[in-house]
Design a binder for this molecule. Structure first.
Ligand code: DGY
Length: 331
């Protein structure tokens, strides 16, 4: 079978794939032109891709031999799963292996924004520091405050675990009724489930961890910013479009909220000039899962799922297991 890989893989994952299939790999770390992407996908049974690769009905129609797409990311908003279902294409992602890395970055951004670490670094480097001052770079203390977690999945829980160690109280909002899960969260973190509006009103800090879906696009917008406290620090390591970026910039500029720590943006890699101009934001280039260990884990999970699927075993990281029979019939 033939596989096209659109990004670099760790040696272990690449070797495992090469032992199993004929591999065509795009070796550069730079984004691949779309025409090249489509041309090289020609005749391939599977695609191993990254979140910048758009996969939808048009692609499935042009490349009907494609049977599986392994997305090397936990988020799969770059893939139209409904279109994949229609085409009988199995989709996999990489859940679980990046929870700690992403939670660490969320916490890093929270601390950086709350304690103004990046601002302070610039201040020292520019030679502006003239000595200790009582009021210099005053920030917000974490201990005893309330952290609102939006989306309490694996990464949200990893953030909650860190938050407890920092003495934060936790409230969270998420979709779906699940009393058992809520009870478990209460027991593990003394976490209280609230509505999104209450979370916005009560949180000193907010960290966003829900996936981007149709129903979560601009989940946090003008109305939600209007509810937040002026000292609120907002962190986003999920997907940029979960927050209405325009509304967020307005909230920051008008001091409706205090600051933001952002790893993701609505139109990556575009970061609006107005955001860059603000001193009270910490910006990162979508590096939530960027540790050597986690990237290797993501690659290995993606390849494991692919090998399992083409060996007749439904992978545990399949996003649309409902197409399994169709997939089996096509391979
Ligand atoms: C993911 O996995 O969805 C991250 O955003 C990229 O690693």
């Amino acid at each position: 079978m033939k596989v096209f890989v659109t990004g670099k893989l760790s040696d272990r994952a690449f070797d495992a794939l090469q032992n199993f299939a004929q591999v065509d790999a795009y070796e550069s770390d730079d984004p691949m032109p779309r025409e090249e992407f489509e041309a090289r996908l020609d005749g391939k049974d599977a695609l191993v891709c990254i979140l910048g690769d758009k996969v939808d009905r048009e692609l499935f129609q042009k490349r009907p031999q494609l049977k599986l797409v392994a997305n090397v990311a936990v988020g799969y908003d770059n893939i139209n799963v409904a279109d994949a279902n229609d085409a009988g294409v199995l989709i996999t992602n990489t859940p679980g292996v990046l929870d700690n890395a992403t939670a660490d970055l969320a916490f890093g951004l929270l601390l950086s924004a709350a304690r103004r670490i990046v601002e302070a670094d610039g201040f020292v480097r520019r030679g502006e520091w003239k000595g200790w001052k009582r009021e210099l770079m005053l920030g917000a203390e974490l201990h005893g405050k309330t952290l609102g977690i939006v989306g309490m999945g694996r990464i949200g829980k990893a953030v909650a675990k860190r938050a407890r160690a920092f003495g934060l109280n936790i409230i969270y909002a998420r979709k779906g009724e699940d009393k058992k899960a809520d009870d478990a969260l209460k027991k593990a973190f003394e976490a209280e489930r609230v509505s999104l509006s209450d979370l916005c009103k009560r949180s000193d800090f907010i960290s966003v961890h829900c996936p981007l879906r149709q129903e979560t696009r601009h989940l946090i917008g003008k109305a939600e910013f209007a509810l937040m406290q002026p000292h609120c620090v907002l962190v986003n390591t999920s997907r940029g479009a979960v927050i209405d970026e325009e509304a967020m910039i307005e909230a920051l500029e008008s001091k409706r909220i205090a600051s933001c720590g952002l790893d993701v943006f609505e139109r990556e890699p575009l970061v609006p000039e107005r955001l860059i101009a603000l001193p009270n934001v910490v910006l990162a280039p979508h590096i939530g899962s960027a540790t050597k260990e986690t990237r290797a884990g993501m690659d290995e999970l993606a390849i494991k799922g692919l090998v399992e699927a083409f060996s007749g075993k439904l992978p545990s990281n399949a996003v649309n297991p409902a197409v399994w029979d169709k997939f089996q019939g096509s391979r």
